[in-house]
Design a protein around this ligand. Structure first.
Ligand code: KIV
Ligand code: ZN
Length: 524
């Protein structure tokens, strides 16, 4: 059977999507997103139709706080959540960050398993119960929408979970989340666990039950599915399934299961605009540097490809032979936009609108200049090129940041040599030179020479935005600058220039972000 989207939709069967790409996802090793990048992703999550965006963990750093606040201020029509441990400081800080949203949510949590109580929290059950109660009460005095999570719930005593959940509901929690923090549970076990908590705490029927499953055994989506079959009406996950360790449940897989197998799921449905999935997936992959495995369900580049002749023959005769989903339903092969060097501002603006970008006049002018410069060098500009350019343009630091004005590298002799000019916020030009054991190394040294930094390259990725010899190159760097990790991304037809832009942006980020102490709770 192919997908069925004709089911009757009643509110009680609606599954809300809680996206934590910007919080749990961003906790994955090596991911460092700045506020601008987080905003870009948040805009796309809104287009994707998620119900809640968990924008960050505000107490962990000034940068995280500001990103959550900026998202709460700018993104409308979706709930914006900030994470907080169950203590006064965390909850107050999360409240300050989300208070500018019309739909702000504080998400507070504490572990309930004896393993966590003994070895991490060093608290007894009575203390945990009291902390949960106080945190929810305080959160409810700040916002109307409070989610409470029992961290490591699946390894906890269900009777204790039920007791803590009952207390949280009594204090006004509106959503109760029971996470499989360490990805340990099995689908039937999880179903039974949730059924037991429902029995021990019937008040749970009065609020939204949420599930948050990690993928350590590759069961995150299966467990989330078991969760909604047991009565959960909110599912938590990340785009591309990124997140701590093996990641979280993949948002796109959950959405396409609901769309494709609605009849099997008794008509459960969601508000996800599935045609935005591909764009969200590519954007998150590009900004996080997390490459998508080719055979990843829904968003892998082979997910809709048919290699074997017998399959190709069947699909040509009738797509139902081997395709359970239509590629256009996830936003693939939807647009065939191709612009060229003769395309004008109007054509670009039309293409951008079709891609979902709303640019004001200045932004359009800047995007057009960029487009022209690239079109002159590259000829044909595809939808993917336009997206990369616009998102890159939105990332340019503007008058307030450092900008690469010139760069030249010579690699013909013994030692690569680079020269750069970097312009600062006041318009002053800084020239620098450097040599290195490779052209990228020489460029980084030249930039360090120009602006007086000394960065160490920790990660470096270059990829082609589209296929073809004239593809735009996208470079991503993660560097240690002054003891903190900073990431930068650059796009150009010249990969060395893209690399230099990326490094200048990382240096710029290092100057702007005042990193506070980064706090991560175990398993979160
Ligand atoms: O995995 C987990 O338990 C979490 C909680 C904070 C919800 O991320
Ligand atoms: Zn988690």
């Amino acid at each position: 059977m192919s997908e069925d989207t004709t089911q009757v939709r009643d509110e009680a069967s609606r599954i809300k999507f809680f996206d934590t790409t910007l919080r749990d996802g961003e906790q994955a090793p090596g991911i460092t997103l700045n506020t601008r990048e987080k905003l870009e992703i948040a805009h796309q999550l809104r287009r994707l139709g998620v119900d809640v965006i968990e924008a960050g963990f505000p107490i962990t750093s000034q940068g995280d706080f500001e990103a959550v606040r900026a998202i709460a201020q700018e993104i409308e029509g979706v709930t914006i959540a900030g994470l907080a441990r169950a203590n006064e400081k965390d909850v107050t800080r999360a409240g300050e960050a989300v208070r500018h949203s019309k739909q702000g949510r504080i998400h507070t949590f504490i572990a309930t398993s004896d393993i966590h109580l003994t070895h991490k929290l060093r608290m007894d059950r009575a203390q945990v119960l009291a902390a949960a109660t106080d945190a929810v009460r305080l959160a409810r005095s700040i916002v109307d929408d409070v989610e409470f999570s029992c961290e490591d719930s699946t390894r906890s005593d269900p009777a204790f979970v039920a007791e803590v959940v009952a207390a949280a509901i009594a204090e006004g929690a509106t959503t109760i989340n029971l996470p499989d923090t360490v990805g340990y549970t099995m689908p039937d076990e999880f179903h039974q666990f949730l059924t037991t908590v429902y029995e021990l705490c019937p008040q749970l029927h009065d609020v939204t039950l949420s599930v948050h499953c990690h993928n350590d055994l590759g069961l995150a989506v299966a467990n989330s599915l078991a969760g909604i079959q047991a009565g959960a009406r909110q599912v938590e996950g990340c785009v591309n399934g990124i997140g701590e360790r093996a990641g979280n449940a993949s948002i796109e897989e959950m959405a396409m299961i609901l769309r494709t197998r609605a009849e099997h799921l008794g008509g459960l449905w969601c508000n996800i605009e599935t045609t935005e999935i591909t764009r969200a997936s590519r954007q998150v992959s590009r900004l996080t540097g997390y490459v998508i495995q080719p055979n990843k369900a829904i968003v892998g580049r082979n997910a809709f490809a048919h290699e074997a002749g017998i399959h190709q023959h069947g699909v040509l005769a009738n797509p139902l032979t081997y395709e359970i989903m239509d590629a256009t339903s996830v936003g693939l092969a939807q647009n065939s936009i191709v612009l060229g060097k003769h395309s004008g501002r109007h054509a670009l603006s039309h293409a951008l609108a079709e891609l979902g970008y709303e640019l004001d006049r200045d932004e359009l002018n800047a995007a057009f200049d960029r487009f022209k410069a690239v079109a002159d060098r590259k000829g044909r500009i595809s939808a993917a090129d336009i997206e990369a350019l616009v998102s890159d343009e939105m990332r340019t630091e503007g008058p307030e940041g450092l900008r690469l004005a010139e760069c030249a590298v010579t690699t013909g002799g013994d030692v690569p040599h680079a020269r750069v000019v970097v312009v600062d916020a006041d318009g002053n030009e800084h020239s620098g030179e450097g040599t290195g054991d490779g052209p990228v190394n020489a460029l980084m040294k030249a930039i360090d020479d120009a602006v007086g930094t000394s960065g160490v390259l920790l990660e470096y990725h270059v990829s082609a935005v589209t296929g073809g010899k004239d593809a735009l190159g996208e470079a991503r760097v993660v560097c240690d600058i002054g003891g903190a990790r900073h990431a930068g991304l650059g796009v150009s037809t010249d990969v060395l220039e893209a690399s230099a832009i990326a490094y200048v942006r990382a240096v710029d980020a290092s100057r702007k972000v005042e990193e506070g102490e980064r706090v991560t709770a175990g398993g979160v």
